[in-house]
Write a protein that binds this ligand. Structure first.
Ligand code: E4P
Length: 226
């Protein structure tokens, strides 16, 4: 499983890239608003992210209709070679995805919550599909179960002729809230987990690691004084 970072913060991206595991970035309007982003700076900001990360950087369209999404998608895709256009899972979004995919533009279909939505996204030519896990947990449903179902269903078929470049559609486990979500996404065979900075940090920690290190340090002090 690859890790994407789910953030619009340049500082977080720089730090997480230095840990060696970040293969891409996902942003959305909420994440951009969270860093105080302004509309006129958006494309330049995405460009900056694209210089920090080699892999796909998802930038989301905001138009409600297919024509608007396609226009925005083309503009976003022109920012850098590694932009993936994030399109919401609606009928208008599906129509936009088909057009963008036919032009060779990679689409990350977002706000996906069901098997039927995921199959439609794949048939429309999405390069990535993003099932949201945590938002199910927020409404007292098990988001991992839905993720697993989507992975199984997509694995039943070959969608490579539907996508922009003949590649297999990849599942991005999204709306990840804790390291357990990350582990379960990996066990379920998700291709990618897009993870907030704080959760990625937590993934690297374990109390037994902390305790073990403290013991090594204490014993090394004894060695130095022997
Ligand atoms: C996915 O690409 C989204 O940006 C993200 O994972 C949404 O997560 P949230 O439910 O924490 O907002």
């Amino acid at each position: 499983m690859k890790f994407f970072l789910d953030t619009a913060s340049l500082e977080e991206i720089k730090e997480a890239v230095s840990w060696g595991a970040v293969a891409g970035v996902t942003t959305n309007p909420t994440l951009y608003a969270r860093i105080g982003g302004k509309i006129q700076d958006f494309e330049e900001h995405i460009n900056k992210i694209c210089t920090l990360v080699k892999g796909p950087v998802s930038a989301e369209v905001t138009a409600p209709d297919a024509a608007g999404m396609v226009a925005q998608g083309r503009e976003l895709a022109a920012i850098a070679k590694n932009v993936a256009v994030k399109v919401p899972m609606t009928l208008e979004g599906l129509a936009a995805t088909r057009i963008l995919a036919n032009e060779g533009i990679e689409v990350n279909m977002t706000l996906v919550f069901s098997v039927s939505q995921a199959i439609l996204a794949a048939r429309a030519g999405a390069r990535y599909v993003s099932p949201f896990v945590g938002r199910f947990d927020d409404i007292a449903e098990d988001g991992v179960v839905h993720l697993v179902n989507i992975i199984i269903a997509l694995g039943n078929y070959d969608f490579s002729n539907d996508g922009p470049k003949g590649e297999r559609i990849e599942v991005i486990a999204a709306s990840i809230r804790n390291p357990s979500h990350v582990s379960q996404a990996a066990l379920a065979g998700a291709d990618i987990a897009t993870v907030p900075f704080g959760v990625l940090k937590k993934c690297a920690t374990h109390p037994l690691t902390t305790n073990g290190l403290a013991a090594f340090e204490a014993d090394w002090e004894k060695v130095k004084q022997a």
